[in-house]
Ligand binder design. Sequence first.
Ligand SMILES: Nc1ncnc2c1ncn2[C@@H]1O[C@H](COP(=O)(O)OP(=O)(O)OP(=O)(O)O)[C@@H](O)[C@H]1O
Length: 229
Amino acid sequence: MNESRKEVLIDVQELSKHFVCGERRVEVLRKVSLQIDSGEQVALVGASGAGKTTLMHILGGLDRPSSGTVYYQQQDILALKGPALDTFRNRTIGFVFQFHQLLPEFTALENVMMPALIAGRGFGRARGPAEAILQEVGLGKRLEHKPGELSGGEQQRVAIARALVMEPQLLLADEPTGNLDSGTSDEIYRLLQQLHRDRGLTMIVVTHSQSLADRMGRTLQMVDGDIVA
Ligand SMILES: Nc1ncnc2c1ncn2[C@@H]1O[C@H](COP(=O)(O)OP(=O)(O)OP(=O)(O)O)[C@@H](O)[C@H]1O
């Protein structure tokens, strides 16, 4: 993409979050500001407890900050509530977590169809895109398998397919390979890079692995609730 034509997808200003535990106030995010351009691939690294998951949850509309602003393009997502927030999340953001959180009783195909069914698309319209994205992540021959019949890496591929089936602009992945061996982690990262290249997908990926972070376009380091680099 031409540098001069890059557009800011996410603009975060002075985001703070604290929790109150009994008498104690725990400051988890301390006036974090950051911008992510459309099409960027960003790694978020930092020690355990630095605030990475909390930041991802706020960026994804799953949690609210104590203060600060989060804009997607020109939209103030903290002003969204209830069904409007649900719709925004469903259409704009795909999530992948460390533990795939697939529904064990449903097949890979049904799991991937779920976001479209929740969005009110009929079975017929949900099936085609779900099949196509499962092909794209290399699971065209595993459509009818349930999560328990798939390897850890395959389960995470299904979770990635489910995150992308609504064609979100942004993928948020919180330690997507934290539970996998290094060879399988490597495959998942290659898949994320392929999806980034092929779809121009913007992604923010939390990882503890420096070598995996090095493959992303930019690394943001969190220390004690703030971004230092
Ligand atoms: N609901 C909560 N109530 C109180 N404290 C919380 C709550 N959620 C998170 N915290 C605290 O916020 C801090 C940051 O947590 P967070 O999960 O964002 O860190 P992290 O950088 O993602 O860590 P990890 O790499 O271990 O997942 C931690 O000290 C945690 O104990």
